[in-house]
Design a protein around this ligand. Structure first.
Ligand code: FAD
Length: 172
């Protein structure tokens, strides 16, 4: 599925896995290349083959890194979104609810993977964010994430555990 999508928008790194991006832009000739096993796309920096120890010129600390692919961007974004929901107030004011609604709307407009963004925007229209309390919002976010998990044929997450995963931890 991603390969078909990548042919529509092959220059969009954030819309494709690193492997599909490299394949579609001719950086590799086939998906079975010995050096491109697909494991790179699990590297959060979206590394395109540059050694992780390479530093940018003049810096002792900053690795070169590469732009994020669709998976690294997605992981980072879900980390942010779930952590935002975990820090949402138990009893939000009308203004806090309104600001969160606006944030989600804007997020769905500017998310750098275009088809991810348009599906998320549609999800927001069909499933209005539940913002009455932290638990409501955390569960809503969990269900939104599960919608994407299902679309990608990934296992869904049991939303009864959302607070343990994203707020309290498992050892309390
Ligand atoms: P992720 O799905 O990124 O999950 C990160 C962690 O969150 C997991 O390890 C798990 O601990 C936890 N988790 C998983 N599910 C839940 C849940 N339901 N509730 C709470 N915690 C959970 N990719 C595409 O290829 N196509 C798309 O259309 C697409 N749309 C996206 C839309 C949005 C708004 C976002 C933020 C991302 C989208 N992505 C899309 C990226 C995709 O969802 C994944 O982030 C990416 O495939 C990497 O997946 P992952 O298996 O590493 O874990």
């Amino acid at each position: 599925m991603l390969l078909t999508q990548s042919l529509i928008n092959i220059r969009c790194r954030s819309c494709n896995t690193l492997l599909d991006f490299k394949f579609a832009t001719g950086k590799i000739s086939g998906k079975s290349s010995a050096t491109d096993t697909g494991t790179e796309s699990s590297i959060p920096t979206g590394n395109l083959g540059t050694s992780a120890v390479d530093k940018i010129p003049g810096s002792k600390t900053h690795s070169k890194g590469e732009p994020l692919d669709v998976e690294a961007l997605g992981r980072s974004s879900w980390n942010l979104l779930h952590t935002i929901s975990a820090n949402y107030p138990d009893k939000p004011s009308n203004q806090q609810q309104s600001e969160m609604r606006q944030f989600l709307q804007l997020f769905s407009h500017i998310y750098p993977c275009s088809w991810c963004a348009s599906d998320f925007e549609k999800y927001l229209k069909d499933h209005s964010p539940k913002l009455g309390s932290r638990d409501e919002f955390g569960r809503w976010m969990c269900e939104a994430h599960n919608e994407v998990n299902s679309k990608l044929n990934k296992e869904t997450f049991d939303c009864n555990f959302w607070q343990k995963r994203w707020k309290d931890g498992w050892n309390d």
